[in-house]
Design a binder for this molecule. Structure first.
Ligand code: BGC
Length: 685
């Protein structure tokens, strides 16, 4: 590490031209270093599901070499569905190590925008509709990444919740929603998590582009949150020189190769030379960049080298993928499938045999390998069973109806002669993708019709939905004996699924978002502006996800936090001790005959509040592992601040002297224990 004085000396030794070159792209994924001062360029890469393929320095043409094959990590939604921060930490460590092994200094991850609408194309890159779950999972990822001498770069600050017109759309949202829903994960990641960089979003907030918003970058990030790291523009998200430079943007990245023409190129040089932007403004940006470089040991040659494609990473990915799978329904304990009781399985559905790692936009990677569900199930069963695969439906957009009909007929012929049918459908990266949103909530490719017809011939159907977003699962629910939600689940996703299907692993994933019965049940749609409008008003304010469903008594198909197990858990003995802190404790017992993991969820509900507060909010969760009959104590240490809300009138966070109901549940709608306590007047500052 180099001392801060030395960093200041380095700045003094730089020419203005050298400084400016450090503040904008000089390659599509790098800035310029200063050779004579031993300052290397900052080299960056996407992304959230693994280190992106290598491009030539000055174009978007892939290098097409073989040394950029990497481990394919699970998507953020999948990771969030584990509700296991320890797995998020390991994920971060492995991703950081792979990034270093590819020579990267900044990895453009994690994506932590709130999942506001199920139709947003990039939901799979984000975590949850809930800010608390997002924050609790993002922090360990950042720690893990940065321990490898790589800077994490949070994206996209902020309210980047739709892909439609993402480059220009203006978002109007009230302060309470910003403070309670859209800011908390960013704030925690930058303050508690010490994330070294953050990416400004493409869109506008309140008529200002995020990358030149004084409110967002200067007032919120740098003044209020005391963020001392680097603000990087999304690629092409900077729209001005003076405004962006004065309002807090530090580095401009873009998509073209005329680097000198960037807003932070020769224009910036000219404005500083003319005295319109002070050199101290530039020096502040350079100091931030140098601090980041110093934090990741770039300046003294001691930066770690990292490792990729090792067995450890593959095993960690398998472990996380297993814990991310959500068992949505299981009629008469149809799952796990007992291999002694059947002789043949038919796997039906395009997603059974489709690889996903190479799609989705900037999140796409070159996976060293990817086990599809078909590969995973074949590996697991070997030759012990008759295993047949048919496509059933096609995701080929050019396919005629005739083709779709023939595939369906083939599937119908197959199912009759098999004991168990595993239907594997859902979305793919033609839908869960950067740059566009889905246009409806339905399963594509007539999958509803297919499963309905299959069920008429053979009812023994396990349905698997692969997606990064909520999608209408009513038909899969109605025509299957068990339904599983899985994800773009990394290179071991197929094997992880097999382990859950056949009971080697007891499922323990929980939904990080609500799956509604109808699109209009989501507040982002019931009150929505047309996504093509120039300005989108977030009419629903803080009522995003389950906050809306629960406050308005709308029954979802599957609620936030839902996920079944092959065992059952008993919750008992809730107690609350109140002093300087609030200690909530309870016991949980595994009642079944197999080991299992349960996510104990703590929600709070403010009774008789004078404020605008939702029916309930997630304030804590713990994932516990229990052997059969084992009983464990689960404790949550809470502070009074945890129960504060943002009051628009006073423009401040308030702790109300009110009764708080503590709800302990297995999901947001499966509350097992309740107890209340009173917030005394004397804790209110
Ligand atoms: C995306 C970012 C990504 C960047 C670089 C942009 O289009 O919005 O998430 O990191 O490209 O590829």
């Amino acid at each position: 590490m180099i001392s801060i004085n030395k960093l200041q000396e380095l700045i003094e030794a730089m020419t203005l031209e050298e400084k400016v070159n450090m503040l904008h792209g000089n390659g599509i994924f790098e800035t310029k270093g200063i050779k004579r001062l031993n300052i290397p360029p900052l080299v960056m890469s996407d992304g959230p599901m693994g280190v992106r393929n290598e491009f030539t320095k000055d174009s978007w043409i892939p290098k097409n070499t073989t040394d950029d094959y990497v481990s394919y990590f699970l998507s953020n939604t999948a990771l969030a569905a584990t509700w296991n921060p320890a797995l998020a930490y390991t994920f971060g460590q492995d991703l950081g190590s792979e990034s270093r092994s590819r020579g990267k200094n900044i990895i453009l991850a994690p994506g932590i925008n709130i999942i506001r609408s199920p139709l947003c194309g990039r939901n799979f890159e984000y975590m949850s509709e809930d800010p608390y779950l997002t924050k609790k999972m993002a922090l360990p990822i950042i720690n893990g990444i940065q321990e490898n001498d790589v800077a994490a770069c949070l994206k996209h600050f902020v309210v980047n919740n739709q892909e439609t017109n993402r480059l220009t759309v203006n978002i109007e949202v009230n302060d309470q929603a910003l403070e309670e829903i859209y800011f908390p994960a960013f704030k925690a990641a930058l303050t508690e998590g010490h994330c070294y960089s953050v990416m400004g979003a493409y869109n506008k907030l309140r008529d200002e582009y995020c990358c030149e918003s004084k409110f967002l970058l200067q007032e919120v990030l740098k003044d209020r949150w005391k963020f001392d790291g680097v603000v990087i523009s999304d690629w092409g998200a900077c729209h001005s020189t003076k405004k962006a430079a004065l309002n807090g943007l530090d580095i401009e990245m873009s998509v073209t190769t005329d680097y000198d023409e960037y807003y932070f190129g020769s224009n910036l040089y000219d404005l500083v030379s003319a005295g319109e932007i002070s050199e101290s403004t530039i020096n502040d940006k350079i100091l931030r960049v140098l601090i980041l470089m110093n934090n990741i040991n770039m300046l003294d040659g001691s930066q770690q080298k990292g490792q990729r494609n090792c067995h450890k990473h593959q095993e960690d990915i398998l472990q996380a993928a297993q814990e991310s799978i959500v068992l949505l329904s299981n009629r008469n304990n149809f799952l796990p499938l007992n291999t002694d009781l059947f002789k043949s399985i038919a796997i039906i559905g395009d997603n059974g045999n489709l690889q996903h790692s190479n799609g989705g936009g900037s999140a796409a990677i070159k996976a060293l390998y990817e086990h599809t569900p078909l590969a995973g199930i074949s590996m697991y069963l070997g030759n012990s069973k008759k295993l047949t695969y048919v496509q059933g439906y096609t995701s080929d957009v050019d396919a005629t109806d005739e083709v779709a009909f023939n595939l369906r007929q083939e599937a119908l012929r197959i199912v009759e002669g098999h004991d168990i049918i595993i239907f594997i459908g859902g979305l793919n990266h033609d839908f869960d993708t950067e740059g566009r949103d889905r246009t409806n909530y339905q399963l594509p490719y007539q999958q509803d019709l297919l499963i309905k017809e299959l069920a008429k011939v053979n009812e023994n159907i396990v349905a698997i939905n692969i997606s990064g977003s909520a999608v209408d699962l009513s038909a899969l629910e109605n025509h299957s004996k068990a339904l599983i939600q899985t994800w773009y689940n990394g290179m071991e996703g197929g094997l992880a699924l097999a382990h859950v299907l056949f009971g080697q692993v007891n499922p323990s994933g929980k939904l990080p978002f609500t799956i509604a019965k109808n699109l209009n049940d989501y507040s982002s749609h019931s009150t929505a502006d047309n996504p093509y409008q120039d300005t989108i008003h977030y009419h629903e304010g803080i009522y995003v996800g389950y906050r809306h469903f629960d406050s308005n008594n709308i029954n979802p198909l599957y609620p936030f936090g839902h996920g079944l197990s092959y065992t059952t858990f008993d919750y008992s003995d809730l107690s609350i001790q109140q002093d300087q802190e609030i200690i909530v404790s309870l016991y949980i017992t595994n009642n079944g005959n197999c080991q299992g993991k349960e996510v104990v969820q703590l929600y709070s509900s403010a009774i008789a509040s004078k404020g605008n507060r939702p029916d309930k909010e997630l304030k804590g969760f713990k994932k516990v592992s229990l052997k059969p009959t084992e009983k464990q104590k689960v404790t949550f240490e809470m502070s009074y601040e945890d129960f504060a809300y943002y009051n628009q009138d006073s423009a401040s966070w308030l702790i109300e002297p009110t009764t708080i109901n503590i709800l302990i549940g297995s999901s947001s709608r499966d509350i097992r224990l309740e107890k209340s306590f009173l917030i005394p007047e004397n804790v209110i500052k």
